[in-house]
Ligand binder design. Structure first.
Ligand code: HEM
Length: 601
């Protein structure tokens, strides 16, 4: 199970696992010299040789590997992609540039110059590990003879690094499983619950949206700005928890942050006021997510930052404490109605995700992991979409006014939107899509090639690119979504009409894989429709109540604002009012502080 803590801390296990490769060469040197049939050398030289042998061994192995890869590429009638090389050994400076850009820069900015200089598929060799980065829809797109998301799906997996840092939280579920049989098993079990048109979600959205909006109104009455990102993170958590296992975790009941007075939720700031197991579940799950995102940043060496403790363990204890009785209860209910005949269709349709799942399996671990997989996959992504939608609406009052007209025209000021209403609101859909284009919640993604493979060369006269086994292929929807080559000269601008006017038929219809907020192929997002309903529902309720909204940059923590040096920079970087950043998903650094005015009409 995800939360069963392995006995040894991750750092110790990492060192033990890698010690052989590091220790063997020096041991070999010392042993040879000790037996000294051949050598008669001073002992300091033995030690120098012993110490130098480990890195020499690693470098020699990497160089030999490089040569064998070149030969394999030629043997396959392929070539290697252009290289992005640094100046330091192991291209350490390339890694530093990537990390700096992620920490201190604008998302993906390290990649733009490389794509411009070398084309849309580029090779890096950081610390002698080959990785490809791409923003080419032909490489990513489903249906191509050699693509990473569809035809060659089984060859491109999430990989052990991803599994390693996520598994203490997620165990093995649909989001975190690899391999044809494992992933298909989890996906087939969870998919039925998403394929039906579950109108009952709307009751859940409605209740939590009402609480969230009342809290906003209260704050604005007191002349306080609201951190909208924090608010919608609570809304999506409370909604998802109720949809998944039928219990409210009440994160919206905790006090909202007040700029400079009460901090934004997260990082245990609220542990002290989380009085119920439900509240500490919410707090602990958030904490565990933060730890996972820190691990993702650190890459494969993350265990070295957890030498003596597994940082997710204590949070997962609280998560499990809350979940256990809920899962046991669902299993008990199932046993009471064990015969198929006793379960009415209504029982199944009205039930939560967990109620449905127990009819596929009684395995506690699978139930536990599956629920947490969906919670993680669905919560931050939806909150991120809402956050950036409101950011863009604040910056584009004309779009806000037009969207509001559509909403009021369809459902009035008080009406509750139905599934059909949402489907018919074309401008709303365009606004959501345009938000997902400019700020995709999953801006970067990665797969590992299990076996050797070929990728298409963007140059129609060029040979295909060779992919050695074990190569990481990292693809960048964020960069692809803003590329003028695919979206036209105004690609950087927020203009929902591009999803409605002739630009739609010029760019997206003939080349649908230029827009990939939900991924593609057999791993396409399961919750796409759910997310669209949730985001649309909340935006409708929000605009029914408020007709003016603006950013309150004075409430934003000063260090969270875009650096002054960015003014006038290329692309959106030069004009951004907030600082978009990425951990597991895209977020607004320091929150999104806004003020809104209630409509008088
Ligand atoms: C706007 C909101 C959302 C966006 C942009 C989004 C995006 C994505 C993306 C890009 C993936 C692929 C991840 C990968 O394979 O590496 C994914 C997978 C997934 N999403 Fe979403 N998602 C959203 C909302 C949701 C919601 C609300 C749910 C559930 C309630 C959900 C459930 C899932 C699941 C279960 C997977 C894993 C599918 C698989 O691996 O077979 N998502 N999502």
């Amino acid at each position: 199970m995800g939360s069963i803590t392995p006995r040894l801390p991750p750092g110790i296990r990492f060192l033990l696992g890698n010690s052989a490769a590091v220790a063997l060469p020096p041991l070999f040197v010392v042993t040879c010299v000790k037996w000294q049939a051949l050598f008669d050398m001073p002992s300091f030289l033995v030690w120098v040789l012993a110490f130098a042998s480990a890195p020499l061994f690693v470098i020699t192995r990497a160089l030999l590997h490089c040569r064998s890869v070149q030969r394999a590429a030629v043997g396959s009638g392929a070539t290697m992609p252009p290289r992005w090389d640094g100046r330091l050994p192991g291209h350490f400076d390339v890694m530093q540039e990537m990390v700096d850009s992620l920490n201190k820069g604008y998302p993906g900015e390290f990649a733009w110059p490389q794509f411009r200089e070398h084309g849309p598929v580029v090779q890096t060799n950081i610390l002698w590990n080959t990785m490809y980065i791409t923003c080419d829809p032909n490489v990513i797109k489903a249906g191509h003879p050699s693509t990473i998301l569809a035809t060659e799906f089984d060859n491109y997996v999430k990989g052990e690094t991803f599994y390693g840092f996520m598994s203490p939280v997620l165990g093995t579920g649909v989001f975190n499983s690899d391999g044809e049989s494992s992933h298909r098993f989890h996906r087939s079990m969870t998919r039925p619950f998403f394929s039906r048109d579950k109108i009952s979600h709307f009751d859940i959205f409605d209740r939590h949206a009402e609480t969230a909006l009342s809290k906003m109104s209260q704050s604005f009455c007191n002349n306080h700005a609201v951190d909208f990102q924090d608010l919608v993170s609570r809304f999506t958590l409370d909604s998802a928890a109720e949809f998944l296992f039928g219990t409210c975790v009440n994160s919206l009941q905790l006090p909202l942050p007040i700029s400079g007075l009460i901090p934004t939720i997260g990082r245990s700031k609220y542990a002290a006021v989380s009085t119920t197991t439900a509240e500490s579940f919410a707090d602990s799950f958030r904490e565990a997510e933060h730890v996972c995102s820190d691990r993702a940043w650190r890459g494969w060496i993350w265990p070295l930052f957890e030498m003596f403790e597994n940082k997710t363990s204590k949070h997962m204890k609280a998560v499990d404490q809350f979940l256990e009785p809920i899962i046991r209860d669902a299993l008990r209910k199932k046993d009471m109605k064990s015969s198929e005949a006793e379960r009415s269709v209504k029982d199944v349709e009205d039930g939560t995700f967990l109620d449905n799942l127990v009819h596929y399996t009684s395995d506690y671990v699978i139930l536990h992991d599956e629920v947490l997989n969906i919670l993680l996959a669905g919560r931050d992504t939806t909150a991120s979409t809402l956050t950036f939608a409101v950011y863009l609406l604040c910056e584009h009052p004309d779009v806000l006014a037009r969207l509001r007209r559509e909403i009021i025209g369809k459902v009035g000021r008080q009406g509750r939107p139905s599934y059909e209403d949402i489907k018919e609101m074309k401008y709303l859909r365009a606004v959501v899509n345009e938000t997902l284009r400019l700020f995709p919640p999953v801006p970067f993604n990665m797969r590992y090639a299990v076996k050797e493979a070929l990728l298409p060369n963007p140059d129609p006269n060029g040979k295909p690119f060779y992919v050695p086994p074990g190569t990481a292929v990292s693809y960048y929807p964020f960069v692809m979504h803003r590329n003028t080559e695919f979206w036209g000269p105004d690609a950087m601008e927020f203009d929902p009409d591009r999803f409605l006017d002739k630009r739609l038929h010029k760019y997206l219809v003939p080349n649908p894989f230029i827009f990939l907020p939900f991924n593609a192929g057999p791993r396409i997002c399961l919750g796409q429709q759910f997310a669209h309903n949730e985001v649309s529902f909340f935006l409708i309720k929000l605009l029914q109540r408020f007709n003016t909204m603006q950013l309150d940059l004075d409430s934003q923590p000063p260090e969270s604002l875009p650096p002054k040096a960015w003014a006038g920079a290329w692309g959106r970087k030069g004009t951004e009012k907030i600082w978009p950043k990425v951990h597991l998903t895209m977020y607004a650094n320091g929150g999104l502080w806004v003020k809104m005015v209630e409509a008088a009409d």
